[in-house]
Design a binder for this molecule. Structure first.
Ligand code: ACO
Length: 502
């Protein structure tokens, strides 16, 4: 039996009857049940207290909700990430502790300004908990149509005072990967196996603000590069607490000599002199890369003030690619309403060869898998199957051949147009023989122009969350920030890098 998300009706009396009937039934069937309400009113809380007593539920009243009324609206407007993460965290903790959790949706949010029903469905999708909607009879058919649309026809049950428990027992958990769940899982993974990330740009306010958030979450250990006194003064001015971060100054560090000879040894065959190496290690990006290369840090995140090329060149020269990977590439996770897609290569290779496209496809699938997706990969083109002809189509066909030979376990197909890759109906008419067209979650674009324009178009026009770019294929993670990055982008990239380092 799955946990349930009860959406309440407009009638308070009916809600009480339904709540009591559900608790009566489930407290008989399970020894250990819990009640949870994401946003509770004071009135709700007093009813929950009565229910805890009546059904001998072993749960503190403080654990039955995440927010009280107005606080929820405030947090939702201030930072929806924290809002959803708090709800996911409370719920997942209850889920671990109790055999059955009855989530009771909130009946009003934001004094009725916002779409309460829609937000309840959104939270149920984030919790992947099937919906039982308590509906007054006159709203039944309208609610059914609405839920069919919001849940992509997934299972839910409409009830009134007469509850069909047999029907409810057929419900299955949802499998949505919402951007909030994706981030929640990432943080959970990071905390479980804590890694050290170096941030070379200690002179940037956004970096310091991100450090404050990251250290509060205790998801990573941090090394910040720059002048310690200056960094501390700036943090104080901004009222940030970054005390637990380690600080190092590339201009004066004791490590400079060791790093200079390390860099010289690695690059002397390319013509680097020891004097040049001694000078280069004072550069914050080289110093940070050397911290990762030498194992003193697990990952680096940089690029708030440097170009992609400046950020990643030291890593390409020093850290180098993993065995079996010929080319480094950059992937973005694109968070849509209830699913995550991966786009590559949005960051590194302007004009990839067929070999590089195949390599991008493989490492992208591995990255997607390590973040919880079951990778189905498309090599994108302006042509689907054999429909179009041209040099770039031939290149994609060649890449598919190489990928299939080199990585026989890879679930990959192409060439494919985006609509054919994404939409099952289009796939059925354009590539009916393909097993994965229409269900693609890893999209490999034919070149950097297409990929970079593609991810930004989806990010801006569809308001999708873009997490990345994740540089993939390096032996150790080094990730690049955009110069226009926001504090949230830095936080996401640091957590992502820590998870990549595991
Ligand atoms: N994978 C692995 N190694 C590579 C790769 C790659 N894709 N590209 C270069 N290298 C290695 C080279 O083999 C070389 O190693 P070596 O010196 O030990 O022989 C080293 O990196 C330097 O190679 P160069 O050819 O000198 O590379 P260069 O520094 O000129 O360029 C770079 C490499 C930085 C990746 C370049 O291709 C580039 O600028 N790409 C575009 C980056 C960009 O602007 N992206 C878009 C913006 S990002 C965004 O919007 C998210």
């Amino acid at each position: 039996m799955e946990n349930l998300y009860l959406i309440r009706s407009k009638s308070d009396d009916q809600n009480i009857i339904v709540g009591l009937k559900l608790l009566e039934y489930y407290s008989k069937n399970y020894k250990n049940i819990a009640i949870y309400c994401p946003i509770a009113s004071k009135h709700d809380i007093s009813i929950f207290q009565e229910w805890l007593n009546q059904f001998s539920i072993n749960q503190n009243i403080e654990n039955t909700y995440s927010f009280i009324d107005k606080d929820a609206m405030e947090e939702f407007n201030k930072d929806s990430n924290i809002f959803f993460n708090t709800i996911l965290k409370t719920y997942e903790e209850l889920k671990e502790k109790y055999e059955f959790v009855l989530t009771i949706g909130f009946s009003q949010f934001g004094i009725g300004i916002l779409d309460t029903f829609g937000l309840n469905v959104k939270i149920a999708k984030n919790l992947n908990t099937p919906i039982v909607a308590d509906v007054c009879s006159e709203y039944m058919s309208m609610t059914q149509k609405h839920l069919d649309k919001l849940l992509n026809g997934k299972n839910y049950v409409l009830i009134d005072e007469n509850i069909d428990f047999e029907k409810i027992s057929q419900l299955k958990s949802y499998d949505f990967m919402t951007p909030y769940r994706f981030k929640y899982e990432m943080i959970k993974k990071g905390i479980k196996n804590k890694k050290t990330v170096v941030l070379p740009e200690g002179n940037d306010e956004r970096i310091l603000k991100a450090c404050d958030i990251l250290l509060k979450t205790e998801v990573v250990d941090l090394i910040i590069l720059g002048d310690e006194k200056e960094i501390k003064q700036n943090a104080e001015k901004l009222m940030l607490n970054i005390h637990s971060a380690k600080m190092m100054n590339p201009s004066t560090s004791d490590l400079c000599e060791e790093f200079a000879s390390m860099l010289y040894e690695a690059r002397k065959s390319k013509g680097m002199t020891l004097d040049q190496a001694k000078e280069l290690v004072k550069d914050k990006t080289y110093f940070g890369t050397l911290l990762v290369h030498s194992g003193k840090a697990d990952a680096m995140v940089s690029g708030a003030s440097t170009t992609t090329a400046e950020t990643i060149r030291p890593a390409l020269q020093l850290i180098k690619t993993q065995e079996g990977v010929s080319s480094v590439s950059g992937l973005f996770f694109m968070g849509l309403e209830d699913k995550m897609l991966a786009f590559a290569d949005c960051a590194v290779n302007p004009n990839p060869t067929a070999e590089q496209l195949a390599s991008s496809a493989y490492v992208s699938a591995m990255t997607a898998k390590s973040f919880g997706l079951d990778p189905k990969v498309a090599l994108l083109s302006y042509s689907s199957g054999d429909s179009g002809k041209g040099e770039s189509v031939d290149l994609v066909k060649e890449a598919l051949k190489i990928a299939k030979e080199k990585y026989p376990e890879l679930n990959i197909d192409g060439p494919m147009q985006f609509d054919c890759a994404y939409d099952p109906k289009t796939a059925a008419s354009k590539m009916p023989e393909s097993k994965i067209a229409g269900q693609i979650n890893v999209y490999v674009f034919p070149d950097l122009d297409a990929a970079n324009i593609g991810y930004k178009a989806v990010q801006r026009t569809a308001n999708a969350l873009a997490i990345g770019p994740i540089l993939q294929g390096l032996k150790k993670p080094v990730n690049d920030l955009s110069r226009g990055c926001l504090v949230d982008d830095i936080v996401d990239t640091v957590i992502l890098s820590a998870v990549q380092a595991q």
